[in-house]
Design a protein around this ligand. Structure first.
Ligand code: SF4
Length: 357
């Protein structure tokens, strides 16, 4: 089986007690049945302590919350009691795998690291050269889950999209717009059952007023499930400053021309994570739309915190992480965003792309 992952995937190591945002706080952690059985057999005083930290829910067991919604096994210093007593290998599946994500497409497994983690955001921003992916062969059983023909079609199309997104001889807006038009063409071909790969066209976009797009984005967020008070405050601030942001966005883009590779990485990364999922339903416009929506959202937050011509690397990481946690780590919110790409004309890929022209 082919195993694909971003170039920095193998470098990832959780920074544990050095993380400002421990992912063992505020999230309910489901314990898989195999780990649960193992936990029942842990001996001694720690075994008792471990079992008392397990909450038995109706369908699934989770780690109980301590004060401040901290996992009951998380120490004050940010280290995990389970790892300290039983070693890394004792972790349940979710703790061992987070923040990794996987997609299975017939004989291919695509993996990545979620941007909800500040260390992953740091790694993403650690190299300005075009983001690449590595492949290796692994032995893993697989079964057919999707149409091979469509999978091949979308994989080849995604390659072309990556190439255009990373073509730095063109302006950023031009690249996004050409890809938006291309994805629409691909969708038409899929709908008519004609898997012919179109050429990427030279598409000239007109600069559009960004305010209606920002307002549509804020309206989408106001209907989303809230993941954190921090997000609520940042989104409310962005809404209240929308007129000012709409005015200063062009200047931010121009001032940050040397930093556009970061947004290119975000576009490629979201596209990598979501585009091929379209193989299951034969729908890709919303997948690509969410990638562009995410680039715009993160850039708006960056623009909001841009002050005196400066924005720290750390603030960029915080903005990306906050956005990812809110929109990617709630299935309902992600679905809402997919729907909005079709339902709100301001949030179509073409419309969002024109904001960057
Ligand atoms: S957010 Fe990332 S670095 Fe922080 S504790 Fe979780 S996995 Fe580790």
């Amino acid at each position: 089986m082919d195993f694909i992952r971003p170039r920095f995937y193998d470098d990832f190591l959780c920074i544990a007690d050095r993380c400002t945002d421990n992912c063992c706080i505020g999230w309910e952690i489901d314990i898989d049945p195999v780990s649960l059985e193992r936990f029942q057999n842990v001996q001694g005083e720690f075994g008792e302590c471990l079992r008392s930290a397990i909450h038995k829910g109706e369908d699934v067991c989770t780690f109980a919350f301590g004060e401040g919604e901290r996992c009951a096994l998380l120490r004050e210093d940010g280290l995990c009691e389970l790892v300290l007593h039983e070693g890394e290998d004792s972790l349940c599946d979710i703790c061992a795998l987070h923040p990794r994500f996987f997609g299975w497409y017939n004989g291919r497994r695509e993996a990545g690291l979620g941007l909800c983690c500040e260390e992953v955001c740091r790694l993403l921003f650690s190299d300005s050269s075009p983001l690449t992916f590595v492949a290796s062969d692994i032995s893993e059983e697989w079964e057919e889950t999707c149409s091979d023909e469509l999978l091949e079609y979308l994989t080849a199309a995604r390659e072309r999209i990556f190439l255009r997104l990373q073509d730095r001889s063109r302006s950023f807006g031009e690249r996004l717009y050409a890809c938006a038009v291309y994805v629409r063409q691909l969708q038409e071909n899929i709908d008519s059952g004609e898997y012919r790969l179109p050429e990427m066209q030279e598409a000239a976009a007109q600069k559009a007023d960004i305010l209606p797009v920002v307002e549509a984005l804020c309206s989408l967020w106001s209907n989303a499930e809230s993941i954190s008070a921090e997000w609520d405050a940042a989104a409310a601030q962005l809404y209240s400053r929308r007129y000012q942001l709409a005015e200063s966005f062009g200047r931010f883009l121009a001032d940050n021309s040397g930093e556009l590779w970061r947004y290119e990485h975000i576009a490629v990364y979201f596209c990598y994570r979501y585009f091929l999922n379209g193989v299951f339903e034969g729908e890709i416009v919303s997948r690509f739309g969410v990638a562009l929506m995410s680039v715009l959202a993160v850039m708006l937050f960056d623009c909001m915190y841009y002050s005196d011509g400066k924005l720290t690397e750390w603030q960029r990481i915080l903005n990306l992480k906050l956005y990812s946690k809110q929109m990617e780590y709630s299935e309902d919110n992600l679905e809402l965003a997919y729907d909005a790409v079709w339902d709100a004309s301001e949030l179509s890929p073409e419309s969002i792309a024109t904001c960057f022209v």
